[in-house]
Design a protein around this ligand. Structure first.
Ligand code: SF4
Length: 401
């Protein structure tokens, strides 16, 4: 297979995207061929992004309480998932959270709010936050993710200084009715189009592992190309309890890697970002995935915890990468973040334990160190730790940045 992968990659380096059939060949290829696929695909990643990794940082401005019914989402209508629920963060809190991410190496801050879409008043609120964040951090890129946009809202956000707008297509149009009934795929395309037409950079990606076929993965990638997505976050389904997709574990690290390779080869020059669920599904392949993807979210996600920010930075340093926009080597930044974190821990030790719910306490197991954690086993014997976020935005605890 190496020659086939190599030829596809060679053409991608020249800017010619892999075809639908080639992408299916990649998705259907054997685990035994994966290293050859990654080796070929990494040449494309290097060609367009050299040795750079872009760090993005999520600030969850408003959590839970959504009227939509997206089947994968812990914030959906009627979800009993015990995620943090809070209304809009005050501007000062949003700025403070953003600055944690910037000090951890982020060059883009992603301001996210749950819900179907913002009111004009909400857009004004976010515009104020953007002005405030940019006044003290002029080089930062701000991406907003506020749901469906109505007439004039994209233009208002652009005027306020929003650089990019995130609205994921999530899956193939042919699969969309399986995951959501309160809006359509066409609604999603409409908002990405509004953002692009207003001059914001379209950020639109996927959630994989939701029962889609390989053909539907390719269909979804073709749709991302059609909406001209500049940055493509790839989420790997976290099957939250109390959601329709609870118990859905369809991804192996190898399969997750093949999907990333297919996206890279079909969208050679687009930012490809490893996002939510990467820890659970890529597992020990995460560092290798940065030789295909060129971007990640630092630390925690909207409603679940990620691995530590130090572990994210370790992957970058150990892979021989540098950080987009950083004015110091990646290793120096990693060491500074680690020193700060250790100093903070020492100063606050014994620190407050994260809040846990009665249900979590009931499911706790003791670790050898005496601490407690909540662990669930996925089919196939894989350990997964979808820990609900209880730090950072909306809490009194320091974020993971
Ligand atoms: S994905 Fe967004 S729109 Fe859908 S339920 Fe979750 S917060 Fe609401």
């Amino acid at each position: 297979m190496f020659n086939i992968f190599s030829q596809i990659a060679e053409r991608a380096c020249q800017g010619q995207a892999a075809s639908r059939d080639e992408a299916l060949t990649i998705l259907n290829s054997s685990d035994d061929d994966l290293i050859e696929l990654v080796a070929a695909t990494s040449r494309v990643r290097r060609k367009f992004f050299s040795n750079l990794v872009k760090i993005n940082y999520l600030v969850n401005l408003k959590s839970g309480l959504c009227p939509e019914d997206c089947g994968y989402c812990s914030q959906r209508l009627g979800s009993d998932t015990d995620v943090l629920k809070y209304p809009w963060l005050p501007k000062a809190d949003a700025q403070r959270q953003a600055e944690f991410g910037l000090s951890g190496g982020a060059s883009r801050v992603c301001l996210v709010a749950s819900g179907r879409g913002p009111s004009n008043r909400d857009v004004g609120k976010v515009s104020d936050m953007v002005t405030s964040i940019k006044s003290s951090n002029p080089d930062v890129e701000v991406c907003a993710c506020l749901g469906f946009l109505k007439d004039g809202q994209a233009e208002t956000l652009k005027t306020a200084g929003v650089d990019a707008y995130n609205h994921n297509l999530n899956t193939a149009e042919s699969h969309y009715p399986e995951i959501c009934s309160t809006h359509t795929f066409a609604d999603r395309v409409d908002t990405v189009t509004r953002a692009r037409n207003a001059g914001m950079s379209p950020c639109s990606g996927l959630i994989v592992g939701m029962g889609e076929t390989h053909e539907q993965v390719v269909e979804a990638i073709e749709s991302l190309r059609a909406v001209d997505s500049d940055s493509i976050p790839v989420n790997f389904l976290i099957p939250f309890d109390d959601t329709p997709l609870a118990g859905t574990y369809e991804l192996s690290p190898h399969k997750a890697m093949r999907i990333l390779c297919a996206i890279r080869l079909m969208c050679p020059d687009r930012e490809l970002r490893i996002a939510g669920g990467r820890e659970m599904h890529l597992r020990s392949w995460q560092p290798v995935s940065l030789h295909v993807a060129n971007s990640l979210f630092l630390g925690d996600y909207l409603t679940v915890e990620g691995q530590t920010a130090e572990a994210d930075l370790d992957m970058i340093v150990d892979g021989g990468f540098q950080i987009v926009g950083a004015d110091e080597p990646a290793a120096a930044l990693r060491d500074r973040v680690l020193a700060h974190r250790n100093a903070h821990r020492a100063a606050t030790s014994p620190g407050p334990e994260p809040q846990t719910t009665p249900e979590e306490q009931a499911g706790d197991i003791s670790l050898p160190c005496g601490k407690k954690t909540s662990v669930s086993a996925a089919p196939g014997g894989n350990l997964t730790v979808p820990t609900i976020r209880r730090r950072g935005a909306g809490t009194q605890y320091e974020p993971n940045a």
